[in-house]
Design a protein around this ligand. Structure first.
Ligand SMILES: Cc1cc2nc3c(=O)[nH]c(=O)nc-3n(C[C@H](O)[C@H](O)[C@H](O)COP(=O)(O)O)c2cc1C
Length: 166
């Protein structure tokens, strides 16, 4: 029994955070697709999931682990730490299932070179709608994405004090 670090990452940011976190704590780290094989050996998971359309990658697999598992859930996205719609969406996906879950958030990156043309279009549209709110702390970041700039908000220093979404 112990803690397993898991990542569900499409473009590598959640993987990078998970690997740093695991290395610092001397913990095992796996891709979420391996979760079923390993989960019986652990009573707590630290899960890093990339956010797409307010939903975290890998949640379907995560919901297959025993309910009693203690979950530290770290969303990784462009949104700021106080994105209420993201908070609500993640909690509605997970809160009812795991009685022992804590939510945290880390900021990710959007690298235009990594995206498919469809992703580029979608991210552009999302950024356009999100950049309209000047009071959103992530306003400038969304504006940059809207104007086709790469935005890199990754910060390994935040792993020491994972920013709470609660
Ligand atoms: C198509 C698309 C949709 C996205 N939607 C969101 C979103 O709803 N909220 C958010 O915070 N970030 C969003 N992002 C940004 C990603 O969460 C960010 O790039 C993150 O670093 C991805 O993590 P990964 O590389 O581990 O998959 C989106 C990115 C793409 C390409």
């Amino acid at each position: 029994m112990g803690t397993l670090v898991v990542y569900a990452s499409k473009h590598g940011t959640s993987k990078l955070y998970a690997e740093h976190f695991a290395k610092k704590g001397g913990l095992e780290v796996i891709d979420y697709k391996q979760l079923k094989k390993h989960v019986e050996d652990y009573d707590s998971l630290v899960f890093f999931g990339g956010v797409y359309f307010n939903k975290a990658t890998g949640v379907k697999e995560l919901l297959k682990v025993p309910k009693e598992t203690a979950i530290t859930f770290v969303s990784v996205g462009i949104s700021g730490y106080d994105d209420i719609s993201l908070k609500r969406s993640l909690k509605s996906q997970l809160n009812g299932y795991f009685p022992n879950i804590q939510f945290y958030h880390l900021r990710g990156m959007v690298d235009k070179k990594q995206l498919t043309s469809i992703e580029r279009l979608i991210v552009h549209l999302v950024a356009r709608s999100k950049s309209k709110d000047p009071n959103d702390p992530a306003h400038t970041d969304f504006e940059k994405i809207f104007h086709n700039e790469t935005v890199d908000l990754r910060d390994m220093g935040k792993l020491d004090f994972v920013q709470s979404l609660q």
